[in-house]
Write a protein that binds this ligand. Structure first.
Ligand code: SF4
Ligand code: SF4
Length: 71
């Protein structure tokens, strides 16, 4: 069974540019306002890495979900 993935931000580096949201093929990244910090859509990330590759500021990171995250 493949791991479930999630992502997190370095909020100090993120500019809210929205590129990660636009490149995510799973709609796992949402922004509730223009230039606001992106938020995760629970359970949607497949760990494809596109957001990490495309972020101009190295502000987004992915990792497998652990049991601790789920509790
Ligand atoms: S691409 Fe990077 S800087 Fe832009 S909103 Fe996403 S995480 Fe923030
Ligand atoms: S790793 Fe892929 S699926 Fe997950 S948030 Fe980034 S672009 Fe979307």
């Amino acid at each position: 069974m493949s791991p479930v993935w999630t992502w997190r931000l370095d909020e100090g580096s993120c500019t809210g540019c929205g590129i990660c949201r636009d490149v995510c093929p799973e709609e796992a990244i949402r922004q509730t306002r223009d230039m606001g910090l992106p938020e995760p859509v629970p359970g949607a990330c497949t760990g494809c890495g596109s957001c990490v590759a495309q972020c101009p500021f190295d502000a987004i990171m992915i990792r497998p979900v652990t049991r601790r995250d789920a509790s």
